[in-house]
Design a protein around this ligand. Sequence first.
Ligand code: IMP
Ligand code: MG
Length: 183
Amino acid sequence: MRYNDISDDLDELVVSEEQILARLEELAREVERDYEGSTPLILGVLKGAVMVVSDFVRALRIHAEMDWMAVSSYGNGTVSSGVVKILKDLDTDVTGRDVLIVEDIIDSGLTLAWLRDNLMSRGARSVKILTALRKPDAVVSDVVPDYLGFDIPNKFIVGYGCDYAEKYRNLRDVAVLAPHMYS
Ligand code: IMP
Ligand code: MG
């Protein structure tokens, strides 16, 4: 019985759920060491980071708090301008806090560069970045993730929080969206 099966829309698998979960366990061990004596504030960027935050905080064996921000970058939609509007702000005062921003994917890195500087200007003690996925263009940006899941090819992917027109976020694996879906 197949009804509107998501897998019909996909090309090749890029990263499986098993690979992601195993990598997040490794990163959790690094974060536990690096944040010894601190209770980091895990800041998920809505909506894409929901899955990563959910899996990552459960891999952690130290205290951590969670909060969320929603941002949108101005511009014509396909090209990130780096000018960012806050749609939902943090509930937490970040003054003196060690903030770990968690993202699903870094492409140009412009949004994250803005967010990192914004949090530092609010008086965070430290701001680090964890991303599940990184695309090749991110290499030229000045945003270097402190914790990286996987480098992936420069193709449009969906799943594990990443969307196309708000769909496919619920896919467990990361896969290339078949070009016939958007061209
Ligand atoms: P940037 O790093 O500021 O260019 O923007 C990164 C954001 O672009 C991510 O949070 C995603 O929402 C989106 N994005 C970039 N590449 C992809 C992709 O391949 N699939 C789905 N979303 C993507
Ligand atoms: Mg996003």
